[in-house]
Design a protein around this ligand. Sequence first.
Ligand code: SF4
Ligand code: SF4
Length: 453
Amino acid sequence: MTPMQESDHAAEAAPARSRPPRRPALPPVDKHFRPLRKRVHLACFLGFVILPFTNLMRVDIPRQRFFFAGFELWINEFGILFFATMLLMFLVAAMAIVYGRIYCSYACPQMIFSEASQAVERWVRGRLRKLFPKWPGGSRETAAKVVFYAILLLASVFLAFVFTAYFVDPKDLASRLLRLDVVSAGGITGASVTLLTFLDFAFVRQKFCTTVCPYGYIQGMLQDPHTLLVVYQDPDQACIECKKCVTVCEMGIDIRKGPYQIECVHCGDCIDACEDVLRKVGHEGLIRYAYGEHGGQASKAREPLLQRLGFRDGKRFAILLVLLFYVSGLGAALSMRRPVLVQIAPDRSVLFENLPDGRIGNRIRIKLANRSSKPVTVRLWTEGLPGAELDLPANPVSLDPGAVFDRTVLLKVRPWSGAEEVNPLRILAQTSSQAQPEVEALNFILPAKGSSP
Ligand code: SF4
Ligand code: SF4
């Protein structure tokens, strides 16, 4: 029998209760989870809106750029993208293992906007009831629906705009929106996302969490005996069957049937409701956050801080170490990143060339890429070869933001006395935006002594 079935069984098999004794009221709890959750929702909403417009996090698909923490990364910057992707994926898994569905109820945009749309719908109904108390109920309901859908349509345009700005330059997107462009790829994407957003928050809402979203199912696989849960326990038989915990639950479940119900997003609304009801009759609430079905009360146990934060076994510390590894890897990759990429390598398809003016040429592949947002120049020169000349069209090379210089050029030298067949040299590249030049060591090949030209 699974834990969920056990809990269902226990709830169904519970004998009829006698009403618990009424006691002097207890003072109300000093904190509720719902206001905390709403504050986190607001912070997440502001983050959602701000991130793409400040380039703190955005993937520019048309330009193949990834913006992260203010860095404009190229899609081929493997190290940074690898660590960023792994960190994100591992963070989601780690959150599921330690804190269960907390992400769903506190930070998931689907939940935030579903609850917001329900709140707006309730508010519209309430306003119309107050403004037009004499209207027949049916007419008022129709009017409420029309007003709510109009508000939701405007909100959907805004949300779709912000969402699409994560993938398309916001300025470009704004001009498409003002032109009401619904024919180009960007315009079609924006219009489709608007329509989906409207339908989602008008009709689907939290149903998405228990049907389409895979996170709840993945969470079920990742959780272990120490994962944070919302648990109902009634050692004093104090439940007064008021069903307040059921009516407040936006997911439409009864937490008393067990803590492993897939619909439960661990929002804590039922905890608040039960505390409010039972404290008035002198009992503490029967529902709580706990690490594991039989674990201590997460918010009240007098345990060391790390335990209260969920670090209750070696596995959690291993998770923390892996997270630290990815954070350090990402930090190191970002700190080593150069805004101007310089790659210099010999092209050995031909070892050397005899030039008409008597000099010898070696082919060198030079790739310069300006990954910054400002124009730069790159000056190149050699050290170690007397009279060497790089056959560049211009030196320094000018690069606009995003520009790439990728060419095979000749490095020309007149043979000198004492030259060997293989002569070490260095090519230096001084970028206008960097203090130190980049140095590449390679060899210049001359014809073997005694060989005919
Ligand atoms: S809110 Fe508390 S007292 Fe009321 S039904 Fe739920 S568990 Fe029982
Ligand atoms: S059972 Fe409680 S914690 Fe779970 S979703 Fe419903 S209100 Fe939130």
